[in-house]
Design a binder for this molecule. Structure first.
Ligand code: CU
Ligand code: CU
Length: 348
């Protein structure tokens, strides 16, 4: 069957007849938001979830508590590991556990995910170039997995089948260890086969290596990992998101003041679609591909990333207001990958 047909069939009819859940009802109401605003509900950090301005959306909110993670928190929960020093070198130790977990991705619809540490994306590893990174990986899942890091390291530590420890079997552990280089924005993901399935199920995360001299200070730093959700396992995405949950940043705008400097660490891990993109409304940003240079390559409002491409965006807003950000693959926008910056008056 044609993938596009199957995806649209799912959204039009499949959701209602097959799933028959609250989420399916919510999906059926997509596009009717102008008449029927979502019910007011207590949001994260006590904020009211946002009405959707006639944008496609889901009604209600997923249970973040039960999911065990919150996409808004993931924006800035940099994990510097357990820090020690060995022979003058900073060592950052992390415990990673692969866990099978049901995650509510849209209200009423759960996805049987595979996760690192019970969350999607996995922990955002953050370090400085030259640090020793030590990842104690335990496979608590029912399938063999690995952690494959982007970066420079030995074959032994590459986290692929057939090299070094190869696949880490359920119940087994392995310590991945290497020096962090080069500085930039990287990622990690499982490299067991079929690779697309292991990635699409949720085994990935961001990996930031700061330059020794640091980056210029900014007021806010946000991690955004762009992903897809293939609910019905037909190798086509039914939803798109940043930080796992579709429509999240539409309901919960990211708030900062006009004039404040913002840095976004943007990673594309999207499976099954060739490209993803990021478009900023009413503004332009400096773009640092892979974050491996301190000089931006572009001043633009839209960039494209293939899978595993990533880059750093820097900008500030001149005027207060509500501004969309979304991919300029506009179909993805209507299927969940869309959000707002709520820019408030500059504080004096
Ligand atoms: Cu895997
Ligand atoms: Cu990769």
């Amino acid at each position: 069957m044609n993938k596009d047909v199957s995806r649209r069939d799912f959204l039009r009819a499949g959701a209602l007849t097959v799933l028959g859940t609250a989420g399916a009802v919510a999906l059926a109401q997509r596009g009717k938001q102008a008449e029927a605003a979502p019910p007011a509900q207590e949001g994260h950090h006590g904020e009211e979830p946002y009405a959707s301005h006639g944008m496609p959306d889901t009604v209600g909110e997923v249970d973040h508590e039960r999911n065990g993670f919150h996409p808004t928190d993931i924006l800035a929960d940099f994990d510097y590991g357990k820090v020690s020093e060995e022979n003058g070198q900073t060592v950052r130790a992390y415990d990673f556990v692969a866990v099978d977990k049901m995650i509510e991705v849209v209200p009423g619809i759960e996805f049987p995910a595979w996760t690192y540490n019970g969350r999607i994306p996995g922990p955002t590893i953050r370090c400085t170039e030259g640090d020793r990174i030590r990842i104690n990986f335990t496979n608590g899942s029912t399938h063999p997995h690995t952690i494959h890091f982007h970066g420079i390291h030995t074959a032994q530590m590459d986290g692929v089948p057939g090299t070094g420890p190869g696949l880490i079997q359920p119940g087994q552990s392995f310590i991945y260890e290497f020096d962090a280089e080069p500085f930039g924005l990287h990622l990690y993901h499982c490299h067991a086969f079929p690779l697309a399935r292991h990635i699409a199920k949720g085994l990935y995360g961001a990996f930031i290596i700061d330059p020794k001299e640091g980056r210029p200070p900014v007021d806010h730093e946000y991690v955004m990992v762009m992903n897809g959700i293939d609910i019905d396992f037909d190798d086509a995405n039914d939803f798109y998101a940043v930080n796992a949950i579709p429509f999240h940043f539409q309901k919960h705008p990211i708030r900062f003041n006009a004039g404040e400097k913002v840095r976004i660490y943007l990673v594309n891990i999207l499976e099954f679609d060739l490209i993803n993109s990021f478009h900023l409304h009413a503004n332009f940003f400096h773009y640092y591909p892979t974050g491996t240079s301190l000089t931006p390559s572009e001043y633009t409002d839209t960039i494209i990333q293939g899978q595993a491409q990533r880059g750093i965006l820097e900008f500030s807003y001149k005027f207060p207001g509500l501004y969309m950000f979304h991919p300029h693959v506009t179909e993805f926008t209507e299927l969940g990958w869309s959000g707002h910056f709520e820019v408030t008056e500059r504080e004096v």
